[in-house]
Design a protein around this ligand. Sequence first.
Ligand SMILES: [Zn+2]
Length: 306
Amino acid sequence: MDGCRSDRRASARSASVRVLFQRHIMPELPEVDHVACLLRRLVCGKRIASVSLYRDGLIRGLEPRRFESEVQGSHISAVDRRGKYILVYLSNGKTLIVHLRMTGSFVYGKRDWQDRQFTRLVFRFDDGSKLGYEDVRNLGVMKLAQTDRLSEVKELAELGPEPLSPEFTVDYLQNVLAQSRRSIKEFLLDQTKIAGLGNIYAAEALFRAGINPTKKAFSIARSKERLNKLHRSIYQTISGAIHSRGDAAIHFHLLDADGSIVSEGAGGERFFVYDREGEPCLVCGSKIRRIKQGARSTYYCPKCQR
Ligand SMILES: [Zn+2]
């Protein structure tokens, strides 16, 4: 009995540690995609009646009052995503480029609510609804750019192809892999090669592909079988995570009428290897290992991944 109780306590403790830890996970393509979808559904077509920017430096190169006067009165005409960036298109010919980094999140409510502790930016719409941007550690960044010159914005211009796009072909992957002497894991994190993968989905894709994360990128390009498998695994990992809405819950909150958070966007994502050090591999039962690569943790199965 005692054993059961302490197991329960231990699992409750590890669950809360997990929640805390997850609050500092960088959103990747599937999470950002889900946040963009929610924004599209909730604020597209609305007119921005007023804006309040509370943090200097949140909008790169624009001081708060200038930003407020630039966007006030315009409509939100579309919301899109590129890599890990959210693109909020405005009717005034400008686009707000948003990167949530680790702790950025949006909060939306149909009615006004009292600004919460870490609110950095607020849009109030004509219909009385309100969208807030919160960021505990102020890591997120935004930029207001000319929509017709979006392709010239450095952050977007340097991005590699989207992993679910027609441009991401096996030939493309082979070509960029062949030129890289880095480990395959570090290669997958390079946004200029493939846009949107991060620490979680790079590890998951490598598990699906059965590739050890320490293998050199160019060595994968030499084996047609491993190359094809990696290409397919990246596609399946990302499309699967988009389908299950990723782990987006921490980056978007809906508020109900009394201002409390309604659970929305909760991801049903379960990982094969990510954050599972010491736990049994879901395929072979071996213990999942964690190693450091370029100052980041990599999780993998030493038996399934060669
Ligand atoms: Zn395994």
